[in-house]
Ligand binder design. Sequence first.
Ligand SMILES: Cc1cc2nc3c(=O)[nH]c(=O)nc-3n(C[C@H](O)[C@H](O)[C@H](O)COP(=O)(O)O)c2cc1C
Ligand code: SF4
Length: 435
Amino acid sequence: MAAFEPVLLRNRGVEQSTTLKVYESRGGYQGVRKALKQTPDEVVEEVKNANLRGRGGAGFPAGVKWSFLPKDRTRTLLCVNADESEPPTFCNRILMETDPHQLIEGTIIAGFATQSQTAYIYLRVEFHEQFHIVQKAVEEAYAAGYLGKKIFGSEYSLDIYVHRGAGAYVCGEETGLIESLEGKRGWPRIKPPFPAVEGLFGQPTVVNNVETLSCLPHILERGAEWFTSIGPDHSAGPKLFCVSGPVKNPGCYEGPMTISVRDLIERNDLGGGMRDGKKVKCVLPGGVSMGALSVDELDMKLDFADPRNYGLLGLGTAAAVVIDESVDMRMVLQNLARFYGTESCGQCTQCREGTSWMYKIATRIASGAGRISDLDLLLETARNMGMMPGYSICGLPDGATYPIETIIKKFRPELEASINAQAPGKAEALFTVLN
Ligand SMILES: Cc1cc2nc3c(=O)[nH]c(=O)nc-3n(C[C@H](O)[C@H](O)[C@H](O)COP(=O)(O)O)c2cc1C
Ligand code: SF4
């Protein structure tokens, strides 16, 4: 098999890769030039043909999303979702700190395709350094005439604003992001109306993820056929994967969506295998919200289809956290339940109460005072919250329940044994902070 040639990360490690000069010297801003010579509908069609599926978690096709915008609209707004708050996920951060002009080029292409007048890059508040990098790149693009009025000498005009986020996980949910951008508390909105019809400031709005938009310059430059030649039909194009935990080379990698979880952990050009002779016990392969795999399930492909075959919610952010044999699964349950209990925005009763009940029950189990029936209580609570049963405004509780349910189902004998032993669990650092 021919070695995969990085596309999205091709400028990583190149000196001064964040500057316009270096980006252009390496072929940047060619895709947008091609796009601006076409009609917006032709660009939408090209992106549909490429089957570019959203990289923000749900995998919704970008071109299809754009075509939901009302035909008779007079104003359109584009939001770039750079909130990236899903634990073990840092591919958007890497894209912004190594190649901000790739994101700006992708944003202009999406802006043109959707006929947006304004784009907002909503950046996770903790991304201090990345904020300055992206802001500087935006200023450079304005100075070169690539943003503002009649860009690249065309009739199209676009302004980009970089907006720092509000510091909550739920602000990454697209309507929470929109509320936050409007200066309000980041509370997700009831849908419909969907953002395409009534979004930011009541206007038709598109929200796309950083990685999704970073694919666009390459699709426009090399064509939809090139894009679909990478990976399986349902999961076309290059993809970023993160791996963290006790592997030799934790980090962010790029490849086709033919890579399995085992490849990501073991291959020398990826995770490089487990560190210090440790053995894998469990992997949360899609960020933490998609659910858990046992050691027997590592052949799962990191694509948009296979995770469902393993009882997971989806591919999510394709950021895997590896948990080794020494970790007490009670502590994993508690750690995860704490995250969602803290991050629920509190609007919906099932989510607000359900996530905090789950945290209380998981804490009782972790403290050594749990009962076997607590596991069923957790499962029952999980079944009664979330968007899928129709009990909540947003998908946060679905993400909260999948890891809890899959861990209980796949690690029940271990959990029961430790509950029966009635000893408190040992705290383990679950998430490895990466540079
Ligand atoms: C609780 C929650 C948090 C989310 N956080 C993010 C995020 O940080 N970044 C992101 O791109 N999408 C996030 N999403 C998904 C967005 O709602 C939306 O689907 C995505 O930005 C669309 O972009 P895409 O179509 O390009 O993937 C989140 C969803 C939920 C329910
Ligand atoms: S589901 Fe949870 S996070 Fe989402 S809006 Fe309701 S309370 Fe807030």
